[in-house]
Design a protein around this ligand. Structure first.
Ligand SMILES: CC(=O)N[C@H]1[C@@H](OP(=O)(O)OP(=O)(O)OC[C@H]2O[C@@H](n3ccc(=O)[nH]c3=O)[C@H](O)[C@@H]2O)O[C@H](CO)[C@@H](O)[C@@H]1O
Ligand SMILES: C=C(OP(=O)(O)O)C(=O)O
Length: 430
C-alpha cells in the first residue's frame, strides 16, 4: 500500500511550476475525438485520470501518445468504436465527455456511469437534459448506459443549475450537430472557455464561452492543430495556501492569475501577502493568520475544490472560522480526518466550524478524494510528529507529482510503500 508520510515542517520557500489543469485536460482529450485530423496538446499532466483516458483511447482506436517533448499527440482518425468499458469509464469522473464527443460521429455511445470523487451524490440530470434537447435518447442498465441519436440537431438549452460538466458536454455534442445551439445559465469556468477555445482552433464556431450564454453553430468537419491546456488554478491555489501553514514564501509559476481572483482575495483576507506577476503568483506569510468566513460557489466564486486545503489552513488561524459548502453541500469527508489529527472542527448542515490555533498531532489519515488529500498534506506539515496518508491513488488522480513539488519547497514529505510487516508494527486501523 502506498502511503504519503508528512513530518512537521518549517516554513516553505521556493517556486513550483504548476501543471496543466486536470479538469481541462479531461475535457480536451475527449474533445479531440471530434477532430478529423491529428491534434497536439501541450501541458497535459501525467496523472492517473489521464492514464485511464489513454487506456480508453487504446480500446476505441483513439491514439494518445506522449512525445519526447512531453506533448500529447492524439490521432482520432481511426476511432472504430464508441463502446467504452464500464470499469474504465467508472474509474474517473468525467468519462461522460466521451458521450458528447463521440455521439455526432457514431450515433450511439455505450459507457459506464461516472466515477471519480465520490464525496456526495453527483447527479448528471443536466447532461441528460441538454443532450436530450439535441435529440439524444438514453437507456440505463445496471453498470452502463447507452446514448443514441440518429442525428444531433442544435437546440436551446436552459440549465436548471450552473454545471461545468454539463456545459462542456453539451458544447461537445453541439460542435458537430446540425444547426445552432444556445446554452443559457451556462458555467463560466476557465475550463469551459479552454474547451471552447480548443474546439474553435480546430474550426468549431462557439461564441460566448466565459459568459452564461453560449452559442454554438454546428460544423460538419473539424481539423487538427496544436493547443496548450490552461494551468491548474486549483493546484496553484493549494500551493499558495501551503505558504500560510507554517509561514514562508511560495511562488506558483505558469499560472493565469486572473483565473484565481476569489482564491487570492480569500488568502489576503486570511493574512497572506499576495503578489501577482504576468504568469506567476507569490504568497508570503509570517505564519500569523486571521480566522474568516468563506462560502464556496461556482466560478468566479471561491471554488469547492479549494475548500479542503483552505480548511486545513484555517485550523492554523486563531479564532473561529466558518466554511460553507454551497456546490456539493455534504463535501466534508476530510473533516473527520482532520479531527484524527486533533483539529477542533465540526460540521453542521452545510458548514464546517473551525476553532483555529489548536495544536495538531500526526496520525494515520485517509484521503477520500483528491482535494481531501491536499488538505491532509497541508495539515500534516503543521502536525507534531508524523502524519501518514492512505488513499494516495486519489491524490494521484489529480497531481502529477504532489510529493516532489512539496519537497522542492522544503516540506518533509515522502512517498513510501507500506508493507504487511511494518503495517503490523504500526498501522492503526481507520
Ligand atoms: C472533472 C471535473 O471537471 N471536475 C470538476 C467539475 O465537476 P462536475 O462537472 O461534476 O461538477 P458540476 O460543475 O457539474 O457541478 C456543479 C453543481 O451542479 C450540480 N449538478 C451537476 C450536473 C448535473 O447534471 N446536475 C446537477 O445538479 C452538482 O451536484 C453541483 O452542485 O466541477 C466541480 C465544481 O466546480 C469540481 O468540483 C470538479 O473538480
Ligand atoms: C471533484 C474533483 O474531481 P472529479 O470531478 O474528477 O471527481 C476534484 O478535482 O476535486
Amino acid at each position: 500500500m502506498k502511503v504519503i508520510q508528512v513530518q512537521t515542517s518549517g516554513p516553505l520557500y521556493g517556486s513550483v511550476t504548476v501543471q496543466g489543469s486536470k479538469n481541462s485536460s479531461q475535457a480536451l482529450l475527449a474533445a479531440a475525438c471530434l477532430a478529423d485530423a491529428t491534434v497536439t496538446l501541450e501541458g497535459i499532466p501525467g496523472s492517473n485520470d489521464v492514464r485511464i483516458i489513454r487506456q480508453i483511447g487504446l480500446d476505441i482506436g483513439l491514439t494518445i501518445e506522449r512525445t519526447p517533448m512531453g506533448d500529447m499527440l492524439i490521432d482520432p482518425r481511426f476511432i472504430h468504436s464508441a463502446t467504452i468499458d464500464p470499469g474504465k469509464s467508472s474509474a474517473y469522473r468525467s468519462s461522460y465527455y466521451f458521450v458528447g464527443a463521440l455521439l455526432a460521429k457514431f450515433g450511439k455511445v455505450t459507457i459506464g456511469f461516472p466515477g471519480g470523487d465520490d464525496f456526495v451524490s453527483r447527479p448528471i440530470d443536466q447532461h441528460i437534459k441538454g443532450l436530450r434537447a439535441l435529440g439524444a435518447e438514453f437507456t440505463f442498465h445496471s453498470d452502463h448506459y447507452v446514448v443514441e441519436a440518429k442525428e444531433l440537431r442544435g437546440a436551446d438549452v436552459y440549465f436548471d443549475t450552473i454545471t461545468m460538466g454539463a456545459t462542456i458536454n453539451v458544447i461537445l455534442a453541439a460542435a458537430r450537430a446540425k444547426g445552432r445551439t444556445r446554452l443559457s445559465n451556462a458555467a463560466t469556468d476557465p475550463e469551459v472557455v479552454d474547451t471552447a477555445n480548443f474546439l474553435n482552433q480546430l474550426g468549431a464556431k462557439i461564441v460566448g464561452a466565459g459568459t452564461d450564454q453560449i452559442r454554438i453553430e454546428g460544423v460538419p468537419y473539424l481539423g487538427g492543430g496544436r493547443y496548450a491546456v490552461i494551468p491548474d488554478r486549483l493546484i496553484a491555489g493549494s500551493f499558495l495556501m501551503a505558504a500560510g501553514i507554517n509561514g514562508g514564501s511560495v511562488t506558483v509559476a505558469n499560472v493565469i492569475p486572473e483565473h484565481m481572483g476569489s482564491c487570492l482575495a480569500q488568502l489576503r483576507e486570511i493574512g497572506l501577502e499576495i503578489e501577482t506577476g504576468d504568469q506567476s503568483v507569490t504568497a508570503h506569510s509570517d505564519g500569523r493568520l486571521r480566522a474568516t468566513r468563506v462560502r464556496t460557489g461556482m466560478y468566479p466564486a471561491f471554488a469547492t475544490d479549494l475548500q479542503q486545503p483552505l480548511t486545513a489552513l484555517l485550523t492554523r488561524a486563531p479564532g473561529k472560522s466558518i466554511v460553507t459548502e454551497r456546490v456539493f453541500v455534504k463535501r466534508f469527508n476530510h473533516i473527520h480526518q482532520l479531527k484524527r489529527l486533533g483539529a477542533d472542527v465540526w460540521v453542521r448542515k452545510e458548514s464546517a466550524y473551525i476553532k483555529g490555533g489548536v495544536p495538531l498531532v500526526g496520525n494515520w489519515v485517509h484521503a477520500t478524494d483528491v482535494r481531501a488529500g491536499t488538505c491532509l498534506i497541508l495539515a500534516g506539515l503543521a502536525a507534531e510528529g508524523t502524519t501518514r496518508i492512505t488513499g494516495v491513488e486519489h491524490i494521484e488522480r489529480g497531481y502529477e507529482d504532489a510529493v516532489g513539488s512539496f519537497r522542492s519547497l522544503g516540506a518533509r514529505i515522502e512517498s513510501t510503500e507500506w508493507t504487511a510487516g511494518n503495517a503490523e508494527a504500526g498501522f492503526v486501523g481507520m
